[in-house]
Design a protein around this ligand. Structure first.
Ligand SMILES: [Zn+2]
Length: 131
């Protein structure tokens, strides 16, 4: 199985990605930066409608997230959930992904305390990437 993930959107390239995925009947995971969601609401709605998986990639893509206080981490994740749910109410957000793949016990534990979404067990094992 191949898992495709697209990080750091939604942005201008996203419609082309969605077109390509649709053409090949491929489902992917979109790890979205919260502050970009409202400006691209229609794209997020399209992702959900076309069966893609939504992923929380924090509000501001702060790569220093693990060194921030728990409250800040919580806010980064919660604001992003709220932004996504403002445009696709009730849509499942199955994962979060720390910017830069910077998972730490602190980040994982804060995320686990957020009711929806919380990180699923497989989440911290995702390969760390450059995003
Ligand atoms: Zn990223």
């Amino acid at each position: 199985m191949v898992a495709l993930t697209f990080d750091d959107g939604p942005w201008e390239d996203t419609p082309a990605v969605l077109d390509l995925l649709a053409q090949h009947h491929i489902k992917a995971t979109f790890c979205m930066v919260g502050r970009q969601v409202a400006a691209h609401a229609a794209l997020v709605q399209r992702m959900a409608a076309e069966g893609h998986t939504l992923c929380n990639h924090t509000w501001s893509h702060d790569e220093m997230l693990p060194s921030r206080p728990a409250d800040r981490i919580r806010t980064e994740l919660q604001r992003t959930n709220d932004a996504i749910h403002a445009v696709v109410p009730g849509a499942p957000i199955r994962y979060y992904r720390a910017p830069g793949g910077n998972f730490t016990p602190q980040v994982v534990s804060v995320a686990a305390g957020i009711p929806s979404p919380r990180c699923e067990r497989s989440c911290p094992t995702w390969p760390a990437g450059s995003h």
